[in-house]
Design a protein around this ligand. Structure first.
Ligand code: SF4
Length: 243
């Protein structure tokens, strides 16, 4: 079992290798913080194109946020139907807007930029329907705060490499990996983006392309013959061959 200092070194090594593979990216988010906030809800298990269609359709039908808040629920569900689970996301969005407008007097979260990272995180995660992943995406992409979004790809790849333990949740991974990485928004943005891309393109769910992977030599999952059981990757059920 590796100690934390060596895991920190391994994390920085993997980060550097993916920096070289994918290149350093500038931090990019939507111009409007409210778009980033609502977009992260719409984006859950949805392609970027479908998320955008849902957002644009919703804003065309309900041009201001009070109208989105007050829209009949079936109409809002219909407007965002290109996003998966619109019947779950629509009430989330309305609850969030109700809370936000009641607490601050407006559908505007620009003030988060003036708060400390901890204050902004606490404020956001107290909103209905906003979890750690949504809050970290918003704070890093839009406000350049030093936090690390852990989505399913980042979780899976960091678990397979052995940077976090096989049973560590995405929530716990956030604080563990942050302790290994520089407290720098650009570095954290690149770590997130690169591990996300690597999970999408190389270290895929059921058939990781280990023979094409630059991280093979340091990967616990590969080195143990892909036998590790990981909480981020459910074991695929084999199809029954019985008639
Ligand atoms: S060696 Fe395989 S399992 Fe390990 S990170 Fe690369 S693709 Fe994923």
């Amino acid at each position: 079992m590796q100690s934390s200092p060596s895991l920190a070194t391994k994390t920085l090594d993997a980060h550097e290798q993916l920096n070289q593979l994918y290149g350093i990216q500038e931090i990019k988010g939507y111009t409007d913080p409210m778009h980033e906030l609502i977009g992260t809800i719409l984006s859950h298990r949805t392609t970027h194109a479908n998320e955008m269609t849902a957002y644009v359709t919703m804003r065309k039908r309900f041009p201001n946020w009070e109208q989105v808040r007050d829209a009949p629920l079936p109409d809002l569900i219909d407007a965002i139907q290109t996003a998966n689970y619109p019947e779950i996301k629509a009430p989330y969005i309305q609850n969030l807007l109700t809370h936000l407008i009641r607490e601050t007097g407006a559908a505007n979260i620009d003030f988060l930029g003036d708060l400390s990272t901890e204050e902004a995180m606490n404020w956001l995660t107290a909103l209905p329907g906003i979890g750690l992943k949504t809050a970290t995406i918003l704070l890093l992409f839009k406000f350049k705060k030093p936090v690390l979004p852990i989505d399913t790809h980042v979780h899976r790849v960091t678990q397979r490499l052995g940077l976090i333990g096989p049973k560590v949740s995405a929530e716990k991974a956030h604080s563990i990996l942050l302790a290994y990485l520089p407290e720098d928004a650009l570095q954290l943005f690149n770590f997130h983006k690169h591990f996300y891309w690597h999970g999408q393109r190389v270290c895929t769910w059921y058939y990781p392309k280990c023979n094409e992977c630059v991280l093979q030599d340091m990967c616990d999952y590969f080195q143990t013959g892909r036998t590790m059981v990981l909480s981020s990757t459910p074991i695929r059920k084999k199809k029954s061959t019985n008639p």
